[in-house]
Design a protein around this ligand. Structure first.
Ligand code: GDP
Length: 458
């Protein structure tokens, strides 16, 4: 399968300055050369050089497109194969014309993720690094990007390899004992297994500990801004989004009018859920406003409840306060620029004083206080200096948990002097489970499934 040559458009489809088509495989250079005219033939070009020329229709010699072609000879390329990258004019037509011609040569269309898959199969990166490539593409905050970058460089992989090395040593130790069984050696071996499995379990715990934070950094804290109509929710959302360049996306498969925006507040990435529909139909707002808030609340990690401090607490708001008891909540007393009517004492029966933030979105006062409250709530300001080996991938988390369970069983068995050839099975299992993270012991079906989640051209 790896003997064929593949091609795909690697830039996002649509209008843009340029578009890049990537070709990889043993025949990449001669096949592209058949439809390319330039001063130096690609087949004679040195690695890592760029060539100006024209894509031509091979039979007629007719010029199809003016391009720059980059040559990267294997193994010094992303896939470790010969790679040719064609930069053409952007837009759908130019790229499609070049692509159509490529597919008339001895080149086939790449599957999603196939370039990265080849990098993996050719041993240039391991599975967790390949998955990090996907995370890089999908990351929505600077922090998430940094984590993925570290992982793609192999930070997690090297930690996992160290743990597997300890387990291999343990397995070797057990092996010797099985071959030359003597009673005193057996009890020493039990102790050895206990020591080594505790050591590895402790390391796994450390990695799992980062998982929760990793998830937050990668996906953002799902945040719902709730409150009665006209208290200033949209104004707040805009204020938060303004300081930061918000990334706005529709959430596929959910209510059509829910929009998410990614903003970073003092290094805390928030995924703000915005119930956009509220703005459109002002006359039905009274009925649906609170209803929408309830739905948003159920899926949020953080709730920002906005109140209008120039009005007394409304019955709906007391109900909301009741409903969100025990959750991560910050209450924003908005419109502080107006005369206050809100009974703060009544409010403190529902929520701790330090989680109430007075604000005026209109005059820009109190935004600092809100940012402070958010960052305190989530990271106690420790984030900046934190080590970046976060485990954030659910597959990795599940495997770490399973490996830990296997080791726990090995430990307990050793503790009860169960015959060590029985214990060996659990240690081996843990070794395999860790191996699945980096792909050393992963099945083909799993590998296919992971790469199929990639986008085309990567
Ligand atoms: P939403 O319905 O909760 O999204 O509220 P909006 O953000 O649409 O705001 C409703 C009205 O309150 C708008 O006219 C805003 O200009 C106004 N508003 C928002 N924040 C403040 C504030 O801090 N002070 C004052 N005086 N008006 C505000």
């Amino acid at each position: 399968m790896l003997s064929d040559t593949i091609a795909a458009i690697s830039t996002a489809v649509g209008e843009g300055g340029i578009a890049i088509i990537r070709v990889s495989g043993p025949e990449a250079l001669p096949e592209v050369q058949r439809m390319f005219k330039s001063k130096t033939p690609l087949t004679e070009a040195e690695s890592h050089t760029v060539h100006y020329g024209h894509i031509i229709e091979p039979q007629s010699g007719e010029r199809v497109e003016e391009v720059l072609v980059t040559v990267m000879r294997g193994p010094r390329s992303f896939t470790t194969e010969d790679v040719v990258e064609i930069s053409s004019h952007g837009g759908v037509v130019a790229v499609k014309r070049v692509m159509d011609l490529l597919l008339l040569q001895n080149i086939r269309l790449a599957e999603p993720g196939e370039f990265t898959k080849r990098a993996f199969l050719n041993g240039r990166i391991d599975l967790s690094q390949a998955e990090a490539v996907m995370d890089l593409i999908r990351s929505k905050s600077d922090k998430a990007f940094s984590i993925a970058m570290k992982q793609s460089e192999g930070m997690l992989s090297s930690k996992i390899r160290n743990l597997r090395h300890i387990l291999v040593e343990t397995l070797a130790h057990i092996e010797v004992n099985i071959d030359y069984p003597e009673h005193d050696v057996e009890s020493l071996t039990s102790q050895f297994i206990k020591d080594k499995s505790s050591e590895v379990m402790k390391e796994i715990d450390g990695l799992l500990h980062t998982a929760e934070q990793g998830k937050i950094l990668r996906e953002g804290i799902t945040t719902a801004i709730i409150g009665r109509p006209n208290v200033g929710k949209s104004s707040l959302l805009n204020a938060l989004a303004q300081g930061d360049k918000a990334i706005v996306t529709d959430i596929p498969g959910t209510t059509r009018d829910v929009i998410e925006e990614y903003v970073t507040i003092r290094n805390v990435p928030l995924r703000l859920l915005d119930t956009a529909g509220i703005r459109e139909t002002m006359d039905v707002v009274e009925q649906i406003g609170v209803e929408r808030s309830r739905t948003a609340v159920s899926e949020a990690d953080l709730i920002l409840l906005v109140l209008n401090s120039s009005e007394p607490l409304h019955q709906d708001e007391l109900e909301l306060l009741e409903q969100i008891r025990g959750r991560q909540v910050i209450v924003i007393m908005n419109k502080m620029d107006l005369p206050s009517q809100l009974d703060r004492e009544l409010l403190t029966r529902y929520i701790a004083e330090e989680l109430i933030v007075p604000m005026s979105v209109k005059t820009d006062e109190g935004l600092d206080g809100l940012e402070e409250a958010i960052s305190k709530l989530f990271f106690s300001g420790k984030l900046e200096s934190a080590d970046l080996t976060y485990v954030s991938n659910v597959r990795h988390i599940a495997l770490l948990k399973r490996a830990k369970q296997s080791l726990l069983e090995a430990y307990e068995a050793a503790d009860q002097f169960i015959p060590i050839d029985m214990i060996q099975i659990d240690v081996r299992l843990a070794w395999e489970q860790l191996g699945e993270i980096v792909g050393d012991t992963a099945h083909d079906a799993l590998i296919d499934q992971i790469f199929s989640q990639f986008c085309l051209g990567k």
